[in-house]
Design a protein around this ligand. Structure first.
Ligand code: ATP
Length: 772
C-alpha cells in the first residue's frame, strides 16, 4: 500500500489534536475551544477528532483541521459538539494501529483527550505502544520509515471530563459542578412539593463507584440521610436512618430528603435500592414517601460558570503541557487542587482511581475513603456532624462549650445562610449555643433608655434547618461598622455572654473584624476567639482567593450574558457593554469574561483609556467584517462598575455606536442586583458548609486559651480562605498589615490578574502597544 503520510514535520507547525471521549459532560466544549484557540495562538495547527476514539480509528473526515472561528459559541453549549462514542476497536491493538496510522497521515503527534478514567487509560496505552505501532506499520509497508521519522514521540495530555468527579488527584472534573447544579435545582423543586404535603422523597443520583455527586447534593440541599458507595452505612443503618429522620420530624421538620447514589450498597456489598428505603420510611415511619430517579437530566444543560472556567484554564494548560513536554515526561492530566491548576501523572491518577473500586470490592471502605481526595472525607465528616443530631458522644465537656455569636456584615450573597446553618448545626452537635446577632452591627447598637438591648436571639435547630438552599441573609445583614458605637457593642457582648464570634461577610466584615481586634486593648469583651468567613460577590476580601457568593454571582452573570447574546443571534450585529459589580476588584468581570468568552474586559486594576477603546473597536470591526452570518450573535464587553470614572458603561456604548458607522450597534446592560443570584450555587453551598464547620472548629480550639494567651495568639482573630492549593486560616493582623490594599479595598496580590491575558488571548483581542 502506498504510504500517504505528509512530509516530515521539521520546520513545520506542530499539529495538536483534541477529542472528547467516554460519557459527555458539560464543559467539554469549553475545553475543545480552549485547546483549539490556545494551540493556534501558540503557532500550532489545531485538529478536532470527532466521535472519540472511533474517529481516530476511522480517520478521514473524522479528523478535521479546526480554525479559530470554528469553535465560536462553544463555551456555553452543553454536551460535546465534536461527539463522543464508546469504541470497542480502540481497546484492541489493531484498532490502535489504525489510529496511529491516521495520526501520522494527518501529521499529528500530540493528542489531548478529555474524558474519564477509561479514555485516559486508553490514551496512555496508546502512547506506550506508539513506537511499536509505528514500527509495525513500517514493517507492514503501510507507512515508510521516512514518513514516521518526525513522529518518534507521541504527546498525550489528559483533561478529566466526567460528571461523576471520580478521578483521583483532582478536586473537580470538568462537568461535575454543572451536574450538581442540575441535581440541586431538582431537589430544591422536590423540596417545595414535599414541604407542602409533608412528604419524604428518595432521590437517586448518578455515581456507580463514586459518591461525590450524592454527597455534595446531600450537603447542598440539607438532606436528612445519604448513601454513597465508598462509605456504606453501619450494619444497623435501617435503625439509624429511621432514628435520625424521626428526630428531625419530632423537631418539626415537614419534609424528608434521602439521597442515594446509583452505586449505594451495604457493608456486605448488597445493593441498597431507593425502593427498599421507601418501604422503610413508609412502613416504619409512616411517611408518605416517593422515589425520584433523576437519570440523564444530570448530564445535560449548559455548563455552569465553574465548568466554563475550569475547562478553559485546563484546556489552555494542556496545550502548554504539550509544548513543554520532553520525550521522557510522563503523560500528565491537568488537575485542580482547591484553586490551583496543576499537572499530575496520568498513570498514577488512573491507578489510584482504579484502586478505589478494588478497595470497595474488597470491603476495605476506610481505604476507599482514603484514596479519594482529603477534601472528600472532610465533606463527608462535615455532612455527618451537621446532620445527625443524636450523637451524644460528640458533645464537648461542659467547660468547653461556648456561646457563639454569629453575625453577617455587608451586602447579602449566596452561601451566607449555608455557612450559618452549618455553624448552627455544628453548635448543636457539640453542645455550644448559637446566638444570632441580627442585622449586623446596627442591630447590636440599639438602646432602650440607656440599656443596650441589641437584636440578639439564640437560634433553634428548626429555624436554621432550611437555610442551606436559601439566598440572601436569614439573620439580616448591614454595612454598619462596630466603631459606630464600640461601647454599646461591647456591652451587648457582655449582656448576652458572647464567648466567641463568627463573622460572615465581605470587605466591611473584614473592616469590622479589624476594628474589634484593635478594640481588644480597651474592651475585655473582645478578648474572645473571632473568625471571619469571607462572603461577597466581589471576591475582594484579603486573606482568601475565594469568597462565598462569588460563584453564585458568576452564574447569574453568565446567564445574563448568554441571554443578551442570544437576543442578538441570527439577525443583528450587536455589542453589549455589560456593567458588572465587584467594587474596586475586577475579579467578577474577568472570570465572567473567561467563562463567556468576552471580547474585552475592563477592570479597575487596568483602567480604561482611549487607546484600548480604539483597539477594541478596530477588533470589533474586523470580527464583524469576517462574520459571514454563520455566527451572527451578540458580542459581549464586560466593564466593572469602577473601571473608569470617565468612560462609563453608557459612554463606551455610545463611542462604539458612533464609530461603528452603522455596521454594528451597541447596547448597555446593567444586571445590578441580579448578580447576587437567587438561590446560592452548589459550590457556594458546599463551601459554605465546609468553611462554616472549619471556622467553628477553629473557634473551639482557641476557646481553650486563657484571655492573655488569646491576646498573644494572632490566630485567635483570623480569616479563613483558600490560598493556592490549600484552605488556611490567616491571622488578621498579618493580612491587614501585609496583604491588604486598604485604599482600593482589595488584596494587594490578586491571583486572578494572571488570567487576564488568557481572557484576551482566547477572544483574539490584540494587545495595545505601550499599554500596561
Ligand atoms: P466515563 O467516566 O463517562 O465512563 P470513560 O472515559 O471512563 O468515561 P469508557 O467507556 O471507560 O469511558 O472509555 C471510553 C473509551 O475509551 C472506550 O470506548 C474505549 O474506546 C477507550 N478505552 C477505555 N478503556 C480503554 C483501555 N483500557 N484501553 C484502550 N482503550 C480504552
Amino acid at each position: 500500500m502506498a504510504p500517504t503520510a505528509p512530509p516530515p514535520l521539521e520546520g513545520k507547525k506542530r499539529r495538536i489534536a483534541v477529542m472528547t471521549s467516554g460519557g459527555d459532560a458539560p464543559g467539554m466544549n469549553g475545553a475543545v475551544r480552549a485547546v483549539v484557540r490556545m494551540a493556534i495562538a501558540q503557532g500550532c495547527e489545531a485538529f478536532c477528532i470527532y466521535e472519540g476514539y472511533e474517529g481516530l480509528v476511522q480517520g478521514g473526515d473524522m479528523i478535521k483541521r479546526t480554525e479559530w472561528e470554528d469553535v465560536r459559541g462553544y463555551l456555553s453549549e452543553g454536551g460535546t459538539l465534536i461527539g463522543t462514542a464508546r469504541c470497542a476497536s480502540f481497546r484492541e491493538r489493531p484498532g490502535r494501529m489504525k489510529a496511529a496510522k491516521n495520526m501520522v497521515i494527518a501529521g499529528i503527534d500530540a493528542l489531548i483527550v478529555c474524558g474519564g478514567d477509561g479514555s485516559l487509560t486508553g490514551a496512555d496505552t496508546f502512547r506506550k505502544e506508539w513506537p511499536g505501532l509505528l514500527e509495525e506499520l513500517v514493517s507492514k509497508q503501510e507507512l515508510t520509515a521516512e514518513a514516521i521519522k518526525p513522529f518518534k514521540y507521541l504527546n498525550i495530555v489528559g483533561l478529566v471530563g466526567s460528571i461523576d468527579n471520580d478521578m483521583s488527584m483532582t478536586d473537580a472534573t470538568i462537568g461535575c459542578y454543572s451536574s450538581l447544579h442540575r441535581i440541586c435545582n431538582s431537589v430544591d423543586s422536590i423540596n417545595d412539593t414535599a414541604q407542602s404535603h409533608q412528604r419524604a422523597f428518595i432521590v437517586e443520583v448518578m455515581g456507580r463507584h463514586c459518591g461525590w455527586l450524592a454527597l455534595m447534593a446531600g450537603i447542598s440541599t440539607g438532606a436528612d440521610f445519604l448513601f454513597i458507595p465508598e462509605q456504606p452505612p453501619e450494619k444497623d443503618w435501617k435503625k439509624e436512618m429511621c432514628s435520625i429522620i424521626h428526630e428531625h420530624r419530632k423537631r418539626g421538620k415537614r419534609v424528608t430528603i434521602v439521597i442515594v447514589a446509583e452505586g449505594a450498597q451495604d457493608q456486605e456489598l448488597n445493593k441498597i435500592t431507593p425502593d427498599e428505603i421507601k418501604d422503610l420510611l413508609s412502613n416504619d415511619l409512616k411517611l408518605d414517601t416517593r422515589v425520584t430517579t433523576l437519570g440523564h437530566v444530570q448530564r445535560g444543560g449548559a455548563p455552569c460558570a465553574y465548568d466554563r472556567m475550569l475547562s478553559t484554564l485546563q484546556g489552555a494548560e494542556a496545550v502548554k503541557a504539550v509544548l513543554e513536554a520532553q520525550p521522557d515526561t510522563p503523560s500528565p492530566i491537568i488537575s485542580i487542587i482547591e484553586n490551583k491548576i496543576i499537572r499530575k501523572p496520568l498513570l498514577e491518577a488512573v491507578e489510584l482511581t482504579n484502586e478505589v473500586a478494588v478497595a470497595i470490592k474488597a470491603r476495605n471502605f476506610d481505604k476507599a475513603m482514603n484514596l479519594r481526595d482529603a477534601e472528600f472525607a472532610e465533606y463527608l465528616k462535615g455532612y455527618n456532624i451537621t446532620t445527625a443530631l443524636n450523637q451524644p458522644t460528640s458533645k464537648r465537656p461542659e467547660n468547653e462549650r461556648m456561646r457563639v455569636g454569629i453575625i453577617h456584615v455587608g451586602a447579602p450573597c449566596g452561601g451566607m445562610n449555608a455557612a450559618t446553618r452549618a455553624a448552627v448545626s455544628y453548635c448543636f452537635s457539640r453542645g455550644h449555643t448559637p446566638v444570632a446577632l441580627h442585622n449586623g452591627f446596627s442591630g447590636l447598637i440599639r438602646h432602650h433608655s440607656d440599656e443596650p438591648i441589641g437584636s440578639v436571639r439564640e437560634v433553634q435547630w428548626l429555624d436554621a434547618d432550611g437555610w442551606t438552599s436559601r439566598g440572601g441573609s436569614e439573620i439580616g445583614t448591614n454595612r454598619t461598622l462596630p466603631s459606630e458605637d464600640m461601647k454599646t457593642v461591647a456591652a451587648v457582648f457582655k449582656k448576652y455572654n458572647i464567648q466567641s464570634l463568627f463573622i460572615v461577610g465581605g470587605f466591611e466584615a473584614f473592616c469590622a473584624l479589624s476594628e474589634l481586634r484593635v478594640a481588644r486593648q480597651e474592651f475585655e469583651e473582645f478578648k474572645i476567639p473571632m473568625v471571619l468567613l469571607p462572603a461577597t460577590v466581589s471576591n475582594n476580601v484579603p486573606g482568601t482567593e475565594y469568597s462565598l457568593g462569588s460563584d453564585t454571582c458568576l452564574n447569574a452573570l453568565i446567564e445574563y450574558c448568554d441571554t443578551c447574546r442570544q437576543s442578538a443571534s441570527s439577525s443583528r450585529r450587536r455589542v453589549f457593554v455589560i456593567e458588572t459589580q465587584g467594587g474596586e476588584s475586577g475579579y467578577i468581570a474577568t472570570i465572567a469574561g473567561l467563562s463567556i468568552g468576552a471580547m474585552a474586559v475592563y477592570t479597575p486594576e487596568e483602567g480604561v483609556n482611549i487607546k484600548m477603546l480604539d483597539r477594541d473597536i478596530d477588533h470589533l470591526r474586523e470580527v464583524f467584517a469576517k462574520d459571514r452570518g454563520q455566527a451572527r450573535a451578540g458580542k459581549i464587553i464586560l466593564r466593572n462598575e469602577k473601571a473608569s470614572k470617565v468612560y462609563t458603561t453608557q459612554i463606551i456604548a455610545d463611542i462604539i455606536m458612533a464609530e461603528a458607522k452603522g455596521r454594528f450597534e451597541a447596547r448597555v446592560g446593567i444586571p445590578g442586583h441580579f448578580q447576587q443570584g437567587k438561590e446560592p450555587s452548589p459550590m457556594d453551598r458546599v463551601r459554605g458548609v465546609r468553611f462554616g464547620v472549619k471556622s467553628l472548629q477553629h473557634l473551639e480550639a482557641k476557646f481553650k486559651l486563657s484571655k492573655q494567651e488569646l491576646v498573644d495568639d494572632p490566630m485567635s482573630c483570623a480569616v479563613i480562605g483558600i490560598k493556592g492549593a490549600s484552605v488556611q486560616f490567616s491571622s488578621m493582623l498579618k493580612v491587614e498589615t501585609e496583604e491588604t490594599d486598604w485604599k482600593h479595598r482589595r488584596p494587594k496580590d490578586e491571583y486572578w490578574t494572571k488570567m487576564k491575558p488568557l481572557v484576551d488571548m482566547l477572544s483574539g483581542r490584540p494587545p495595545v502597544e505601550g499599554n500596561g
